[in-house]
Design a protein around this ligand. Structure first.
Ligand SMILES: [Fe+2]
Ligand SMILES: [Fe+2]
Length: 483
């Protein structure tokens, strides 16, 4: 595929041959940069950051590493190469040629899907904007900025689709994406998790672990889309997204490792804990400048539950419409035998009155829940990895995912109270236990108290272990960010 890297907007979509579109995007560019300056990373805009930049869509060698000042990052538009003769892989249009233009009757639905995905990209940059002040190492600071510039590029990718295929409506949506603000009372971002504050690096690691991972599942489902430009856009975004989830999963693992080390520094108490005699709050870890495992568990509960909401309601006619119309498939649709999903039923637990009962739902109406199933399995795999770290250190504590009913704000369980095992609770029992299950004011204050910058080459803050290896074959003590 031809890649135009020297253009004002690097791309592989022959932008220079569509003057109208090129003009529209070039007009949007200064607005984007204005947004980046206003609510993008606070400070560090003049620093040289060791960043990777997408320069091709080949599986190997798609990225170039080098020092870049963030405002000079080349936010480009890259789609994976078209597959000749590609057909629609699911739904009512199964087997028909994939669409290169938007089918008129699907226009509104498709626009809504794209805008909802697009809105998450700038939102996360806004949520993370203050973290540069308190980075635990230059390595982590660099990873933060890598995630930030790539979320910016994902916004570009989505805005390209809007401007290119949705005319005036698309241009208005592109403006709206720069006008909403995460957490803003009057103009919030569209989805709940993207309005939750990211105050600390602990929030950041759990966000990139759980919330970026929702993104993976959404992008996988959209990369099945019968609308070919959307499918190809999402496929390439997934290559970048893998690093974001890596940052989160390994970041939490490094916190777990460091906490274990700090627990072992108090040998007597450590032994008692190991034998299960000591079950109370880990004040000792906090005093040594670490994050207690109980606190970490509460942050897991918070970000996992908010991220589960992003999949939408368990029983959903929208999800059914997205699937039947051929716009949004399942995770790895090719692995299913029946791509129409007209016959199947999906069994799920629902709450009726104060009883939990099994209910069968037509498969198409349960597409959100099916996608959430894959997501939860993937999250469990990461939790198992963290628990192996605990085991290696001889610590008895185990992290766990709360039940899918716990602390939900979307779907059939929203507005009810459940404990982390999924058992219904009344309001009083919830209120009495809330701070055992979700980060309390005291947790937030103590985590916040640990967040002091550690920006000397090769140094790391006391609450987290260094990574097993550096970026792009560089050592941990590499100068990842130069002021
Ligand atoms: Fe993204
Ligand atoms: Fe991401």
């Amino acid at each position: 595929m031809d890649i135009d890297l020297d253009a004002r907007i690097p791309n592989n979509v022959h932008l220079s041959s569509d003057k109208r579109l090129q003009r529209a995007l070039e007009q949007w560019l200064p607005n984007y940069l204005g947004w980046w300056r206003e609510v993008g990373p606070s400070g560090w805009q003049a620093a040289d950051v060791y960043l990777r930049t997408a320069i091709s869509v080949e599986t190997d060698g798609w990225a170039h590493f080098g020092y870049v000042k963030m405002p000079d990052y080349r936010w480009g538009i890259f789609l994976t190469p078209p597959e000749p003769g590609r057909t629609i892989g699911f739904g009512d249009h199964l087997g028909e040629p994939a669409w290169q233009e938007v089918p008129g009757e699907l226009r509104n639905m498709l626009r809504r899907i794209i805008v909802t995905q697009a809105d998450t990209e700038p939102a996360s940059v806004e949520q993370q904007r203050m973290l540069g002040d308190t980075a635990p190492s230059l390595y982590d600071l660099r990873n933060l900025f890598q995630v930030n510039v790539e979320e910016g590029r994902h916004l570009w990718a989505m805005v390209y689709l809007l401007q290119s295929y949705f005319g005036k409506d698309g241009r208005e949506e592109a403006e709206g994406l720069l006008e909403r603000r995460s957490g803003d009372r009057d103009k919030p971002r569209i989805l709940g998790a993207f309005n939750q504050p990211i105050e600390s690096w602990l929030d950041f690691f759990l966000f990139t672990m759980f919330t970026d991972r929702d993104g993976k599942y959404q992008l996988c489902a959209l990369s099945e889309s019968g609308f070919d430009p959307l499918a190809r856009t999402c496929r390439f975004m997934l290559t970048e997204e893998a690093h974001h989830m890596f940052v989160g999963e390994t970041g939490v693992d490094r916190v777990v490792q460091r906490t274990c080390e700090l627990m072992k520094e108090a040998p007597v108490e450590g032994q008692a804990r190991q034998s299960g005699l000591l079950q109370g709050p880990t004040g000792d870890v906090r005093e040594r400048g670490g994050i207690p495992l109980e606190t970490l568990q509460r942050y897991v509960n918070h970000w996992f539950s908010w991220s589960e909401d992003l999949f939408g309601s368990e029983i959903s006619t929208n999800a059914s419409d997205f699937f039947s119309s051929g716009l949004k498939g399942r995770y790895k649709e090719a692995h299913y035998a029946d791509h129409r999903a007209l016959e199947g039923r999906y069994r799920m637990e629902v709450v009726e009155g104060d009883r939990i009962v099994d209910r069968e739902v037509p498969l198409r109406n349960a597409m959100n829940e099916a996608l959430r199933d894959g997501y939860i399995d993937d999250c469990q795999r990461a939790v198992d990895r963290w628990n192996r770290t605990l085991e290696r250190h001889g610590v008895a504590f185990r992290l766990r995912l709360p039940h899918r009913r716990f602390h939900r704000h979307q779907g059939i369980h929203a507005g009810r109270n459940f404990d982390p095992e999924g058992r219904p609770l009344d309001e009083a029992a919830w209120a009495a236990n809330r701070d055992r299950w979700l980060p309390s004011e005291a947790d937030r204050a103590s985590v916040q108290g640990l967040m002091a910058p550690c920006l000397e080459r090769g140094k790391i803050a006391g609450w987290i272990a260094p990574p097993a290896k550096g970026i792009n074959g560089q050592p941990f003590d590499f100068e990842y960010v130069r002021r």
